[in-house]
Design a protein around this ligand. Structure first.
Ligand SMILES: [Zn+2]
Length: 85
């Protein structure tokens, strides 16, 4: 699997209900990854409660720093999919 998430990492949500609601939003991880009830979780800035890391994907430095654009389907650097409707 991928490396554990750490405080300060930038992530996007995917394949979960919240990912539809927060499409294109890049979140900042505010805790190191920990284990809760058998799931790996982190806390996100501005999000209430913890979030399972299986639904989070780390983004590249471009995605960290720029607003994601809706007319773009995939980031050309990290390849993360920007769900376009
Ligand atoms: Zn990217």
């Amino acid at each position: 699997m991928s490396e554990p998430l750490k405080k300060g990492d930038k992530v996007v949500m995917h394949t979960c209900r919240e990912a539809e609601k927060y499409r294109d939003k890049v979140w900042t991880v505010r805790t190191d990854e920990s284990e809760m009830c058998g799931s790996k979780v982190v806390w996100l800035e501005g999000f209430r409660g913890c979030f399972a890391t299986e639904f989070l994907r780390k983004v590249c430095h471009v995605c960290e720093n720029e607003e994601l654009k809706h007319d773009q389907q995939y980031c050309q650097i990290c390849g993360h999919k920007l769900e376009a409707n």
